[in-house]
Design a protein around this ligand. Structure first.
Ligand code: PGA
Length: 263
C-alpha cells in the first residue's frame, strides 16, 4: 500500500521565525506516535513560504525523512530576467523534492492558466529528481451538471501533456481541491470526493494507461480538511492523502490530524 501523503500548505501565513518554531514543535509532537507505524503509513510534508524554506528544511532533515519540505510554487524557466520569481533549480538545491503547481489561489489572483501549469509540470519533471503536486478543481458556479468534470478534465489534460509525451518513470501528484471548499470550512462530501477520485483516475488512466497511473500517481483531496474529517478522506481510502491549509498552521492541530491517519 502506498503511503498516505499529508501536505501542509502554509501559504503566506508564517514568518521564517514562526515557521521554524512551529515545525520544531510539530516534529517533537510526532515523537508521541509509534515511529515505525508512522513511517509506514504516512509521508508528511510542509510547504512554507520561500523565505522559510531553508530553516524549515533544516529542521525537516533532522527528522531523518519523517518530515519533508515542499515549495508552494516556482517559475518554469530555470534562470533569467524574471524579477520576484523562484527557479526549480534553486529549490532543488534547498532539498525540495516536490513543488505545488496550479494552486487555485495562483490561478485566481496571479492569472495562472492551464497552459502555464503545463509548462511548470514540464519544467519540474525535466529537472532531475523533483515532482509536481498539480492542483485542479472547479469553482462554486462550475459545480452544475457536467461542467465540473469538464473543467477538471481539461485542467488535468493540459497539466499532464509533458507526462503523456515522455512517460517518465517519475512520481507526480494530483490534488483535487474544489475552489469553493478552500478556506470555507465546507469540505466536499466523502461520497462526492470518491466520485471525483474515480473520475480523475479514469481521466488519467485513459491518457496514460492504468498501470502507469497506479504506479506513479497519487490523488489527494484538499479543501477544508481538518482533524474532524481527515478520516473520511484519507483513512477510508477516498484519496491517497490530503492537502491541508488552515488546519496545518497550528502544530497541535496538525499533529491531531496526522495522529488520526496513523492510529
Ligand atoms: P484549506 O486550504 O485547508 O484551508 O481549505 C487548502 C489549500 O488551499 O490547499
Amino acid at each position: 500500500m502506498a503511503k498516505k501523503l499529508i501536505i501542509a500548505n502554509w501559504k503566506m501565513n508564517l514568518s521564517p521565525k514562526d515557521s521554524a518554531s512551529r515545525i520544531k514543535t510539530f516534529a517533537s509532537l510526532l515523537k508521541n506516535l509509534p515511529q515505525k507505524r508512522l513511517r509506514n503509513i504516512a509521508e508528511i510534508v510542509v510547504c512554507p513560504s520561500f523565505s522559510a524554506l531553508s530553516c524549515v528544511g533544516s529542521v525537516a532533515v533532522k527528522t531523518g525523512g519523517l518530515i519533508g519540505s515542499f515549495a508552494q510554487d516556482f517559475l518554469w524557466s530555470q534562470e533569467g530576467a524574471s524579477t520576484g520569481e523562484e527557479s526549480a533549480v534553486y529549490l532543488k538545491e534547498l532539498g525540495v523534492k516536490y513543488v505545488i503547481a496550479g494552486h487555485s489561489e495562483r490561478r485566481m489572483y496571479m492569472g495562472e492558466t492551464d497552459v502555464m501549469v503545463g509548462k511548470k509540470v514540464e519544467a519540474i519533471l525535466s529537472n532531475g529528481s523533483m515532482a509536481p503536486v498539480i492542483c485542479v478543481g472547479e469553482k462554486k458556479d462550475e459545480r452544475v451538471g457536467t461542467i465540473r468534470k469538464r473543467i477538471v478534465r481539461s485542467q488535468i489534460i493540459s497539466a499532464i501533456s509533458f507526462i503523456r509525451r515522455q512517460r517518465q518513470k517519475r512520481p507526480f501528484v494530483i490534488a483535487y481541491e474544489p475552489v469553493w471548499a478552500i478556506g470555507t470550512g465546507i469540505a466536499c462530501t466523502p461520497v462526492d470526493c470518491a466520485r471525483m477520485y474515480a473520475f480523475i483516475k479514469k481521466t488519467l488512466s485513459d491518457a496514460l494507461g492504468a498501470q502507469y497511473v497506479s504506479k506513479w500517481c497519487r490523488i489527494l483531496y484538499g479543501g477544508s480538511v481538518s482533524g474532524m474529517n481527515i478520516k473520511d478522506f484519507v483513512v477510508s481510502g477516498v484519496s491517497d492523502g490530503a492537502l491541508v491549509g488552515g488546519a496545518s498552521l497550528l502544530p497541535r492541530e496538525f499533529f491531531e490530524l496526522v495522529r488520526k491517519v496513523v492510529l
